[in-house]
Design a protein around this ligand. Structure first.
Ligand code: TRP
Length: 326
């Protein structure tokens, strides 16, 4: 029996942070045996917010190295760039006819981005962001899309477009489901609801232990717990949410220690930094290997693009057959 398919991707905006790992990457790695995975480097999507492409190739390689170092297996899971498989843009054009502008203007992620990035004028391609994303997913007939919770509205739009296409021209596409991780969002070091490069509140997968420590030292904690001895509220503390992910064994003690005041924020943070660093250690080691062997990384991309292209071409042949042959 054919395995169910996963398509998921990220925009190459540079090195990844632990929020990317916890929100999506971890799930990709876990699911790559059960599913046939395809992973997309959404380089065209970057243009919706950054017209300058000087760093795009470098960022692509950095991100790919992080994917590999975290445990994505290039044999099982082809990885490729959107810009190198032209069927993405072709299917995007067709899909742009199958959805209304008012539906896209209701998409909450565009509104969010405008707010976060202080963008005043929306470009045409930015409103169309989820249409290109729908093409990304459906080109590989993705059954499941493991993403962070912020991406769920885009998967919903993808389902609508798939349904519309299938009704209009005949059955080609599945209606994909989002797959969320338990911690689909990690708060940022500054107390913001999410980690985000543009908010400068992240811990990178590549951060050395000293860096993790110094970043955690500055992390915002419960404002009512000013010194050791004060009673804290772990449920509103972002350091506690990192413990929940990276230090599961000690949760009851930390919870009790913080609430009673016996545990001070400094000790709690240093403990957390250690746990995060030991989690990152094998990833950092593997990163070093790939950084030294960039040829291997480039070959992985070439191979992934060849395998991705084959699938994409088949789907497009199917689409044209259904649409254009009467
Ligand atoms: N929009 C996703 C993000 O910002 C990236 C992305 C592009 C994607 N195409 C995709 C994710 C297809 C899942 C499936 O992270």
């Amino acid at each position: 029996m054919q395995k169910k398919r996963i398509l998921s991707g990220m925009r190459p905006t540079g090195k990844l942070h632990i929020g990317h790992y916890v929100g999506a990457l971890e799930n990709w790695i876990k699911l790559q045996d059960e599913y046939q995975n395809f992973h997309l480097i959404a380089d065209y999507h970057v243009l919706t917010t950054h017209l300058n492409t000087d760093d795009i190739y470098q960022n692509t390689i950095e991100m790919l190295i992080d994917w590999l170092a975290a445990g994505l297996d290039p044999e099982k899971s082809p990885m490729f760039r959107q810009s190198q498989i032209k069927e993405h843009t072709e299917l995007h054009l067709i899909f742009s006819m199958l959805i209304t502008l008012s539906r896209l203007q209701r998409n909450p992620t565009v509104k969010d981005q405008l707010r976060y990035l202080h963008i005043k004028q929306v470009i045409y391609g930015h409103v169309g962001y989820p249409v290109l994303q729908s093409a990304d997913i459906l080109l590989y007939k993705g059954d499941a899309v493991p993403v962070g919770e912020d991406q769920v509205p885009h998967v919903e739009i993808t389902r609508e477009i798939a349904r519309k296409f299938n009704n209009q021209y005949g059955n080609v596409f599945p209606e994909p489901e989002p797959l969320l991780t338990k911690f689909s969002r990690l708060p940022g070091l500054n107390g913001d609801a999410k980690m985000s490069k543009s908010l400068n509140n992240t811990i990178l997968l590549s951060d050395a232990p000293e860096v993790v420590k110094s970043k955690l030292k500055k992390a915002v904690t419960d404002p009512q717990k000013i010194r050791k001895g004060d009673r804290g509220h772990p449920d509103i503390c972002l350091v506690f949410s990192y413990h929940k992910k990276f230090n599961t064994d000690e949760i009851p003690e930390i919870d009790a220690g913080c609430r009673s005041g016996k545990l001070g924020c400094f000790d709690c943070k240093m403990n957390c930094a250690e746990k995060i660093s030991s989690f990152l250690e094998p990833i950092r080691e593997k990163r070093k290997y790939y950084l030294k062997n960039l040829d291997i990384v480039k070959d992985i991309l070439t191979d992934g693009e060849k395998r991705g292209r084959e699938v994409a071409q088949k789907t497009m042949a199917d689409v044209r057959e259904k649409m254009m042959m009467g």
